[in-house]
Design a protein around this ligand. Structure first.
Ligand code: 5GP
Length: 201
């Protein structure tokens, strides 16, 4: 039997500290059909981050140039910095049947959902605001001012969760992962992207 698959565009959002990063890494490790769309950002690189793997770290001037060239599928200001998804990270891969994963904020996700109706959108929620605060402090990647900014933004982001096709509360990473894997598995069989050709014999 022959089959054709179109690439899936999977959009994952969630407030900082909800555990989105862990789920994204898990999916990329577990499923080689997915590639990560590396965004550009004007924020500073963190110590544990690798250039061109986690982000393309660029200057404001370079960002402006990309904007002028219409290079973005979406772009947004998040927590005081600028981020954008490059069309070049997404479309060629999808045309080749690869699945593409976007880890982007709700403003960007909204743009992508409007432009790409068949995208699969997933929002990751923390089990409580208290837990979100604890996780942001424990991971120790932002200073106190940045943590407060991210906690302040979380309520607004969570208020928009009903725009997403799927919601996952990340109370334990194992259960959340099981749910994400189930969504991906089902969406691979969605007739918008999966076309089996049935033989005569
Ligand atoms: P961080 O600075 O912690 O890496 O990311 C902050 C937020 O920016 C996260 O919610 C992340 O999903 C979002 N983000 C990362 N890349 C992009 C992008 O290309 N576009 C948009 N709209 N948001 C992004």
């Amino acid at each position: 039997m022959k089959e054709t698959r179109k690439g899936m565009l999977l959009v994952i959002s969630g407030p900082s500290g909800a555990g989105k990063g862990t789920l994204v890494s898990r999916l990329l490790e577990a499923d080689p059909t997915f590639t990560f769309s590396v965004s550009v950002t004007t924020r500073a690189r963190r110590e544990n981050e690798i250039e061109d793997v986690h982000y393309h770290f660029i200057s404001d001037a370079e960002y402006d140039k990309l904007l002028a060239e219409d290079a973005f599928l979406e772009h947004a200001g998040v927590h005081g910095h600028r981020y954008g998804t490059l069309k070049s990270e997404v479309y060629t891969r999808m045309e080749n049947g690869q699945n593409v994963l976007l880890d982007i904020d709700p403003q960007g996700a909204r743009t992508v959902m409007e432009k790409e109706k068949d995208c699969v959108s997933v929002f990751i929620l923390p089990p409580s605001y208290h837990e979100l605060k604890v996780r942001l402090h424990t991971r120790n990647t932002e200073d106190e001012e940045e943590i407060q900014r991210r906690l302040g933004n979380a309520r607004g982001e969570i208020a928009q969760m009903d725009r997403y096709r799927y919601l996952i509360v990340n109370d334990t990473i194992e259960l959340a992962w099981e749910k994400l894997a189930a969504i991906v598995r089902a969406e691979k069989q969605n007739s918008v992207r999966y076309l089996p050709e049935i033989d005569e014999n």
